[in-house]
Design a protein around this ligand. Structure first.
Ligand code: ASP
Ligand code: MG
Length: 459
């Protein structure tokens, strides 16, 4: 069996839901379990509704509710034709919207919401999307069976960021989903939502449907976990910078983690960790172009892949160099820099230190000036704006000394302000002026990705 997870953009409206139903149908012989996110933007609307209710703000609440209801009624109207099925689904929706309104009303009147009530409210997005998808599948002749994720995804009690209990999920999944698969049915369930052992609704954190897919895939020992999204997969470079950028066939978990860090917003690698640990391949696919092969994420790519898989990049950065004013080793200095950033929710993109100084590259926001204010009493601070990071990503960098040598030489040729290598085995990064970023990424991509799959550049 396989897991097929569809993100919000894949089920954004009736047209997309019909496309997803076709994709599922085309995979029936692989015995799919279907996990679906809320319609695109719906969880954001629910968050806005919860906030408005907590503030007791009825004026803000009504239009959000109207918007939510309209989106789902349209999706239903456009994806379900059979009058009986339409009727049944709209009754189910009436009941859900009635519950949603009552819960929001309770929060609004009390003027306070708890993490627990917030989870109960956020769960409506997936309750709605999974019902629409189930009906749409059924209409296409798929024997789809709806499961309540709260009966399967048992979690701890951390509302808003609940952790699934893997062994309990495994027991529930084999008790409920496996028999359905055995009967030739296709289980459909909303992602992102779970429940405590006592049955209280929890959510797994934003983007949590990937976690649902990974946890179910691990629990059931799936042959593959498919993450259907709106891009072709992970890319060898930002296609906005490099026309020759291509979809990567296969990356290691470490490479995927690096790429996610540099803004490939395809999936959060932490969410698929349970599957990767069990050596279940995760494949990222595009529901807008289902004929593509996507990108497969595996634990280790082994020695067969290219040394460098991708040239990642990120602009809009500043560097902050902090030098001890006493020009000698100051034990507290590094932690003072990190604490100052941490207090403002900023994490350095890259960090290089010497005995008396530390330089961090961070997003160029108001935080930079605040960090300077924090530290100027005790250190000399130099700030440079208009910086960017270019980063070679590839397991080969951990594996092959020659690859490391070539990578470092290529980065050195960019006359970078900072270089970092060895922090993570599978990447090497440099900070350069942002106005040189496009040229640098194109040059590195040509040398390491385009000139032969082994990354045998002329560095
Ligand atoms: N609907 C949830 C969110 O938007 C979960 C998900 O899409 O993965 O965060
Ligand atoms: Mg979503």
């Amino acid at each position: 069996m396989i897991i097929m997870k569809f993100g919000g953009t894949s089920v954004a409206d009736a047209g997309r839901i019909l496309a997803v139903a076709e994709i599922v149908r085309a995979h029936l012989e692989r015995a799919p379990v279907v996990v679906v996110s809320a319609l695109a933007g719906v969880t954001d609307l629910l968050v806005a509704a919860v906030d408005a209710a907590r503030r007791g703000d009825r004026e803000a609440l009504d239009p959000v509710l109207a918007d939510l209801e309209r989106r789902h009624r349209w999706a239903l109207a456009g994806s379900i034709e059979d009058p009986g099925r339409r009727h049944d689904l709209s009754l189910e929706m009436d009941a859900l919207f009635e519950d949603l309104r009552q819960l929001l009303r309770a929060v609004r009147i009390l003027g306070e919401g708890t993490p627990r009530s917030s989870d109960a409210l956020l769960a409506f997005g997936e309750a709605l999307s999974s019902r629409i998808l189930r009906a749409s599948l059924e209409e296409r002749g798929v024997r789809a069976k709806l499961f309540d994720p709260r009966d399967v995804l048992v979690t701890d009690e951390r509302h808003g960021a609940a952790e699934p209990d893997l062994s309990e999920v495994a027991a529930r999944a084999s008790g409920r989903l496996v028999p359905a698969l055995g009967r030739g049915e296709t289980p459909v369930l909303g992602g992102f939502v779970g429940a405590t052992r006592e049955g209280r609704t929890t959510t797994l954190g934003r983007g949590g449907s990937d976690t649902t897919a990974a946890v179910l895939g691990s629990a059931l020992g799936a042959e593959e976990i498919q993450i259907w999204t709106d891009v072709d997969g992970l890319m060898s470079a930002d296609p906005k910078l490099v026309a020759a950028a291509r979809t990567l066939d296969r990356v290691s978990f470490a490479e995927a983690a690096e790429l996610a860090h540099y803004g490939a917003k395809v999936l959060h690698p932490a969410s698929i960790a349970p599957a990767v640990r069990r050596a279940i391949p995760v494949r990222v696919l595009n529901s807008f172009r289902p004929e593509g092969r996507g990108t497969e994420i595996v634990e280790e790519t082994g020695g067969d892949g290219a040394s460098v898989a991708s040239v990642a990049s990120r602009g809009g950065l500043a560097t902050i160099r902090v030098t001890s004013s006493r020009m000698r080793v100051e034990p507290g200095l590094f932690s003072a820099v990190l604490e100052s950033l941490d207090r403002r929710g900023s994490v350095p993109e890259l960090m290089v230190s010497s005995e008396v100084s530390v330089t961090v590259a961070v997003p160029d926001t108001a935080v930079v000036a605040e960090v300077e204010k924090d530290l100027r009493e005790r250190a000399r601070i130099e700030i440079r704006s208009g910086r960017a990071i270019v980063c070679l990503v590839g397991s080969g960098l951990a594996r092959e000394e020659s690859a490391r040598r070539r990578a470092l030489a290529a980065l050195a040729a960019l006359a970078p302000e900072l270089v970092s290598m060895g922090g993570s085995g599978s990447s090497a990064a440099a900070v350069i002026p942002e106005d040189r970023l496009g040229g640098a990424v194109r040059e590195l991509h040509r040398r390491f990705v385009e000139d032969g799959a082994t990354g045998e550049g002329k560095a």
